[in-house]
Design a protein around this ligand. Structure first.
Ligand code: MN
Ligand code: MN
Length: 463
């Protein structure tokens, strides 16, 4: 190395492809970690399904249901299930909880189409569902792709039935139809945002009338009869249901080199999965460690299963109280990686990114000091000290990482759960995986970044 090259290496800040920074063995480990992730992604498409998956996995790994009347010792593993839609896994540390806990907080809801309370109708001898989209979507992306129906229906007698149609081989699929180009001259003049309107996101679910029926709405009657035979439900049961329309495809490798993964809902299960795996591997940690998997982030974190609710701080407070500690002290001493995705640089749309401060797929996990929009509005903006702590931690433990903002200044913006965590006086910064086509039905991430998320969270929990 020449003197100038040495100086460059010493003085300049650069981020390289993770491939250049890890051994062949670690590359193999990363690729095999991705296989488990793909199975998880194909099996879990809603917050409820993630909670069920994580619950089963936790029980297999010796976790027990959290009981606020109990008390726990170092190494004990507990699971707190918030209404089947959000979940916390915790391993009790050797130090008192009052000295603070280490949190990785991800969300497990993803943008999708929710059925309206009164969804079912017949028009022109088709049966359809009315939907109300959930989270930020580009509506045109949800037409003419195979869709599945997931969720739960609570019947009049209080019993509930789970629905999952469109995922198994041989299952029927559903679809939102779009206009053929031949007749779309007027539609094509609409803006992209209006190309498909919210009230045009109607899901096609059938087209055959009930046999021997001379009355009205025979196709609807036939569908309702099928649903009644299969699930024992009547139309009024839709009023007490959460039925969600999601893409009907699973996770796949993307690219000849299989370096990427395409799937629905990487945002934010690509952070939820590694944070759970890191808690399972945390052993007997020094500090109590938590994987917090929240609901409702995509609609603003409101509601009692979102992180704008007190359930996480109640949980930490309960842990502190069991040891004779004080909740506010435990919270104030705690640290959190808000585990959420950021927008990876896309060479097809370079104009919206500022290349010096954007994240790239394959350059490791992205640390996002602040999110928000218009002059950092609506963000918690991590302190230099906490950024410094995370930087040292990752550098000293071989975690490949980079920094990134969400696009150019004033180009747009977004938020995460970080500010809701910060409101409990917890030090927090966003750390997650760069994503291409974020919020599309099929998003793309890098296997190496996924693995670095796991390694980063495990390092944060155990070092
Ligand atoms: Mn997210
Ligand atoms: Mn999102």
């Amino acid at each position: 190395m020449s003197k100038n090259e040495e100086l460059r290496e010493k003085l300049f800040c650069t981020a390289d492809h993770a491939c250049k920074k890890i051994s062949d063995d670690e590359l193999k480990t990363a690729d095999s970690f991705a296989e488990g992730y793909k199975k998880f992604m194909s099996a879990c498409k809603t917050e409820r399904e993630v909670v069920n998956f994580v619950k089963d996995l936790a029980y297999k790994n010796g976790f027990v249901n959290f009981d606020p009347k109990e008390s726990y010792n170092a190494g004990d593993k507990v699971i707190y299930n918030n209404r089947g839609k959000a979940v916390i896994l915790a391993v009790i540390g050797k130090r008192p909880v009052e000295e603070g806990v280490r949190i990785a907080a991800a969300h497990i809801d993803s943008p999708r189409l929710d059925l309206k309370p009164n969804p079912l109708y017949e028009d022109a001898e088709f049966a359809l569902f009315k939907t109300h989209y959930y989270g930020g979507i580009k509506k045109y992306q949800w037409t003419a792709i195979p869709l599945a129906l997931h969720g739960v229906v609570v019947k009049a007698d209080g019993t509930s039935v789970e629905v999952n149609i469109g995922e198994d081989a041989g299952d029927p699929k559903f679809v939102v139809t779009d206009l053929l180009p031949h007749l779309a001259a007027e539609q094509m003049k609409r803006s992209l945002a209006e190309g498909i309107k919210g009230e045009e996101l109607n899901v096609l679910i059938g087209s055959r009338p009930f046999r021997d029926d001379e009355g009205s709405e025979s196709v609807k009657l036939n569908i309702m009869n099928i649903l009644n035979e299969k699930y024992g439900i009547v139309e009024a049961d839709f009023l007490s249901a959460e039925l969600e329309v999601v893409p009907a495809f699973g996770a796949d490798d993307v690219g000849f080199d299989r370096s990427l993964i395409g799937a629905y809902g990487h945002d934010d299960r690509v952070c939820a999965y590694p944070s759970v795996m890191a808690v399972l591997e945390a052993g007997e940690p020094e500090y109590t460690v938590l994987a917090v998997l929240a609901d409702k982030e995509e609609t603003g974190s409101d509601g009692n299963t979102g992180l704008n609710s007190y359930y996480m701080s109640y949980f930490i407070g309960d842990l502190a109280r069991m040891q004779g500690g004080v909740a506010s002290i435990a919270l104030s001493n705690s640290e959190c990686l808000s585990a959420d995705v950021n927008a990876a640089f896309d060479p097809t749309f370079p104009g919206v990114y500022e290349k010096m401060n954007t994240c790239f797929a394959n350059k490791g996990i992205v640390v996002t000091k602040y999110t928000g929009s218009r002059g950092k509005g609506g963000t918690s903006d991590a302190s230099a000290e906490f950024m410094g702590r995370v930087r040292r931690l990752f550098n000293e433990n071989g975690v490949v990482w980079q920094v990134g903002e969400l696009g150019k200044v004033d180009e747009g913006g977004g938020g995460t759960v970080a500010k809701y965590v910060a409101s409990h006086n917890i030090d927090v910064v966003d750390v997650g995986v760069p994503v291409l086509s974020m919020h599309a039905p099929y998003e793309v991430i890098s296997k190496l970044d996924l693995y670095m998320a796991y390694k980063g969270f495990l390092t944060f929990f155990t070092k």
